[in-house]
Design a binder for this molecule. Sequence first.
Ligand code: HEM
Length: 392
Amino acid sequence: MPQESMQERWDALLDHLRLMRETKPVHYDEQTHFWNLYRYEDVVYALSHPAIFSSDTNSMVPQQSEISFMGRGDITQMDPPRHRQFRNLISQAFTPRMIEQLAPRISALTNQLLDAVTIRSEMDIIRDIAAPLPIIVIAELLGVPSEDRDRFKRWTNTLIASASSMDPNNEEMLTSMIPTMREMREYLEKYVQERRQQPRNDLISRLTTAQIEGQTLDNDEIVGFASLLLLAGNITTTILIGNAVLCLTDHPEAMIALRNDPSLIPSALEEVLRYRSPFTLTARVTASEVTLHGVTIPPRQLVSVWLLSANHDEHQFPNPEQFDIRREPNRHQAFGHGIHFCLGAPLARLEGKIALQALLERFPTLKRVPNVELEPHESGFVTGVQNLPVTW
Ligand code: HEM
C-alpha cells in the first residue's frame, strides 16, 4: 500500500531518532560531516548558547558571497550583538498587534479558497488551501502583488530542493540556487526602492522607516529580510496546515473531539507542531570546543540540531508517540528557542487556527482519499507532504 510506505518511512525516522537519543546523543556523521544533537536538553542547550553554537553557518560555505540565502538581511545567520540590533529594528515593523489585526482578512481568504472547492467532492489540502493561504497573506503583508504567487512558490520549491543535501561543500548544489536568489532579490529590490519614495501601509514601507537610536535598515537588508519572510512565511505554514490535517485524519477521535469543542484547536495545533514538527532540524556551527555527555565537538564544526527529535524525547514528553490534543505541558521546540525563536510564530498559529476551524466547520465528514500515494518533501530540513487529497 503506497500510503503505508509513507507511514513506514515516518515510523523508521522516529525509530532512528529514538535509537540515537538513547545510544549516540552526540554523533558525528562521516557522510554529511555534520555533528548531530538529538536530545531535548541538548537541543535547548545549543539554541540557548549562541556564543558556543553560532548561527553563522554561511561562514562554512566556500568563497561564494552570493550563496548567503538572503545576504545581509538574513537574521537567521546573525549572532549577538548584531542579531539583537537587527531583531529590535524589524520587530518595530513586525509586531504581534499587527498580526492580530490580520485575523478578519485571513478568515475571508480562507473562506474564499474553500468556496472554490465546495462544489467539488474532493480537494487537495496542500494545493487548494495550505499552499495558497500563507503565500497570499505574506505577500499582502509585505505589500507585493499576491498574483505573483506562482513565482514565489517556484522560488521556494527551488531553494528548498537545492538546500536538501545540506552539504556545504557541494558547490554544484549551491551554484544551482544562485539564479533563483538573484531573481528574487531583483524582484524585491524594485518594491523596496518604490516604497522608499512613496510609502504605503505595508511591511516593506515600515521597514524602510524603522529606526532605533539613529540606526536604520538599508535596501540590501530589507530585501534579504523580505526574501526570508517570503520563504519562511509560506512553506512552513503550508506544512503546518497539511500536517494538522494529516494528524487529524490519522486520529479520527481527535477530529471528533475538536469538532465538539473548537476551543481545543490551539492546543491541538501545538501538538501537531510537536508531533510532526514542520522544521525537522536547524543548523549551527561551533564557535568553540564543547563537551556534551563526554563527547567533545571541536570548534568550527557544523551541527544539526534535531527539533523533531527533541519533540519526541521521552524524557520531556510522556508517551511521545501518542498524538494527544490536550497535552499539557507541551514545551515543544518546533519554533526554536532563545534569541532566534520564530518571529512568525503568532502568524503561523493564527493562520493554522483559522484554516483548521474553517475546515472542521465546513467539511464535517472530511477524510483522506484512500489509496493515494502521499509524497513527503524530499528536503531533510522539513517534515511534511506535498499532496494531501481529501473528500467529504
Ligand atoms: C509553522 C510555521 C513555522 C515554523 C515551524 C517556524 C519555525 C522556525 C524556527 C525553528 C526558527 C528558528 C530557527 C533557528 O533558530 O535556527 C524560526 C525563525 C524564524 N521564523 Fe519561523 N517558522 C514558522 C513560520 C514563520 C512565519 C509565518 C514567519 C514570517 C512571516 C516566520 C519567520 C521567521 C523568522 C524571521 C525567523 C528568524 C528569527 C531570528 O533569527 O531571530 N516563521 N522559525
